[in-house]
Design a binder for this molecule. Structure first.
Ligand code: FAD
Length: 310
């Protein structure tokens, strides 16, 4: 534990008591189910917690990582040497106002799609089987079936740790791009507003059923994974390129390219994050050599890695 972490622990302990956890295992917080511990971990239940976290960051310089449902992260085997924040149950809510839904950052995206269905509102069908939180989906501009979060978001509510204050950011200032936003790095997404449209419930449900069935057909849902490992290069599919270089089934340690979907890496007992990174790098090299295309990881790497993917 470094000095900044020790000082941050004292400040956060004074504000949050036993809810602050030290050396907290992160593997169970991720869908990959691998990675080491967070030096400090806090489940955020109120703005007072965010104010305390902000104080700790500003006074000690400790590094911070916000985790959602951990479905797009790879945590280093050494863990994260700072504070990991996760929005708790207080941020799991949704409210309807006409064709708008407002929801908290820890609301699971599939649950929010379900709320939309219950109110006969269309526009969130694409999210019904994306296993992230609403906050994580906004940060990633998650999408599927030709639709994405950017299509429906009107505004995003953040708490900026650097300033120690909340702010509402209109969608046009979020900088949505393919699986990317330009939100400030210190912004905790505490909620957002989406604008949907009225439709027949049966039609919405049919689109959701189709989205779920497509996933079951095409993705290795029974094995731990992080969804698509690489972003699709413009006009192509990462899975096609990986398959073409013989990547399907390739493995390092307890980590393998799925035989069902070449852009998925699956882990098994004893898998290590370092092996995932080695496999990522091997695939990038093979695809670059054969197609002169750089595959950019979609998965976010958390903590220190000796091997950084190109
Ligand atoms: C089986 C499977 C299928 C998937 N299919 C899809 C798909 O079809 N389309 C798609 O786009 N993605 C897909 N994903 C990836 C993933 O579900 C999405 O990227 C999702 O939006 C990530 O949300 P999360 O809450 O899990 O975020 P995390 O993985 O926890 O975090 C991802 C990033 O968002 C940041 N973040 C998370 N929450 C917050 C917050 N409240 N405030 C600020 N920053 C935050 C984190 O710091 C991190 O940088 C899939 C993943 C799996 C495992």
């Amino acid at each position: 534990m470094n000095d900044a972490v020790r000082a941050a622990e004292d400040l956060l302990r004074a504000a949050c008591g036993d809810r602050l956890r030290a050396s907290f295992p992160m593997a169970p917080l991720t869908t990959f189910r691998i990675g080491g511990p967070a030096a400090l971990y806090l489940e955020v239940e109120s703005e007072a917690d965010l104010v305390a976290a902000s104080e700790a960051v500003r006074r000690t310089g400790v590094s911070v990582f916000v985790i959602g449902k951990g479905s797009n992260v790879l945590v280093s085997d050494r863990g994260f040497p700072g504070v990991v924040l996760r929005l708790g149950r207080a941020y799991r809510w949704a409210a309807r106002d006409g064709e708008r839904l407002t929801a908290g950052g820890s609301m699971p995206l599939p649950a929010l799609s379900g709320v939309a269905l219950a109110h006969d509102l269309a526009g969130l069908e694409f999210g019904v089987a994306i296993p992230g939180s609403f906050g994580g989906a906004v940060r990633m501009n998650a999408g599927a079936h030709g639709r994405e979060v950017a299509d429906v978001v009107e505004s995003v509510d953040v708490f900026e740790l650097g300033r120690g204050a909340p702010r509402r950011i209109p969608a046009r200032e979020v900088g949505f791009r393919y699986r990317h936003t330009e939100l400030p790095g210190d912004a905790v997404i505490v909620g957002a507003v989406v604008r949907l449209r009225a439709d027949r419930r049966a039609a919405i449900r049919a689109r959701m059923d189709e989205a779920r069935a497509w996933r079951r057909r095409t993705q290795p849902l029974a094995e731990p994974n992080c969804g698509s490992v690489f972003k699709n290069p413009e006009g192509d599919h990462a899975a096609r390129l990986i398959e073409a270089v013989g990547g399907k089934g390739m493995s390092v340690g307890g980590v393998a390219v799925s035989t069902k979907h070449a852009n998925f890496i699956v882990t098994s007992e004893g898998a290590r994050a370092a092996d995932v990174v080695r496999l990522i790098r091997t695939i990038q090299d093979l695809v670059a050599r054969r197609f002169d295309v750089h595959l950019e990881p979609e998965v976010h790497l958390v903590g220190d890695f000796d091997l950084v993917p190109r």
